[in-house]
Design a protein around this ligand. Sequence first.
Ligand SMILES: Cc1ncc(COP(=O)(O)O)c(C=O)c1O
Length: 411
Amino acid sequence: MAQDAYCQTTPSNMQDFCIATVMDMIMGLSSEDARKIESFWQYCVQHQYFNVGYPEAADFDYSALNRFLSFSINNCGDWSQQSNYLLNSFDFEREVIQFFAALFCIPAELGWGYVTNGGTEGNMFGCYLARELFPEATLYYSKETHYSVAKIIRLLRMKSSMVDSQPNGEMDYDDLIKRIWLDGERHPIIFANIGTTMKGAVDNIATIQDRLRNIGLARRDYYLHADAALSGMILPFIDNPQPFSFADGIDSISVSGHKMIGSPIPCGVVLARKKYVEHISVDVDYISASDQTISGSRNGYTPLLLWMAIKSRTMSDWRQRTQHCLDMAQYVIERFHAKGIHAWRNPNSITVVFPKPADHIWQKHCLATSGKISHIITMPHHSGRETLDRVINDIALDSAPGHGLVPALVV
Ligand SMILES: Cc1ncc(COP(=O)(O)O)c(C=O)c1O
């Protein structure tokens, strides 16, 4: 394993010192276990900024919150109510949700949401609300949708239909309408991507709604969920975003906290129209409160992390941070082009798509790949260009004549 290899390269007296310190810190640990945990620490330190293939920001410092790990903080239930479990961080969760409600343009009295374990849970919550509203309806999602949708459909036992995508990763709106029409579906549930996983494509929810209107569906006839795992923290901070918010017509939205914001623990936020959340609320005598979340016990620490992330930055900081990522994405494209490789990105996206390199290259740099493409996602921790340059140079070397790089998809 790689971390063992790292441990072996650490000077042995230093290693012994670290292991003795860990044994002091954790009473009862054997020297073998102390070595293992110390080795993993060194591995994490060495690799903390490795990531160019997955959208996990690493530029965070939440150390001021470390002391809260001494407590069993549990946000079971609804943060907007009193709970019999005193050690909760509801006050902080409330402020986090208020921040996101403003960001996604829903007045506090009309929306409700909570801090989730990540984008998948938020997507499940949105689909659950939709299914409760329209129990017999079909869920429509594009081919480029994150794999979590398949799990959700199975778990919720929903009817579903996979819609074609355009070459840039956006939904094929003609195919969507054709399917709804052929199904005779009167209450379609639309799962829209606000930033697809591989190509960063945004499904145009204004176009989707126009097209639904054209086939005679009124606003109350369908449900629109936005999967904004990554771009939910990009689009609100740029000048000409594609439509993404409640003001643009969505019914629920899910965003990941560990992606664009950055967090040592996976987390996210989901928001929905309150009138739909009320359908699923249950009173729980055990906690003397109501609950409308997916989990029972909920993480009380991640609301603190998100709270700190939003309180320690101004809107102008978020804008700058976002612009930096977009600039870096453009830089990556230009570097690829200078080396004769066709790389591209969607509007307002930090995901740069290029032909999949040889296995040893994408494996070496932990690049995500799918079919014939790979991507680099430029995150806030890419403050310098060295890491990105190194990856691009390796890919370019591999694509030199005779090295067999597949031709790019042109959009
Ligand atoms: C578009 C999209 N939706 C949902 C998810 C799942 O999010 P999470 O990993 O936070 O559960 C991802 C993760 O990469 C994603 O890219």
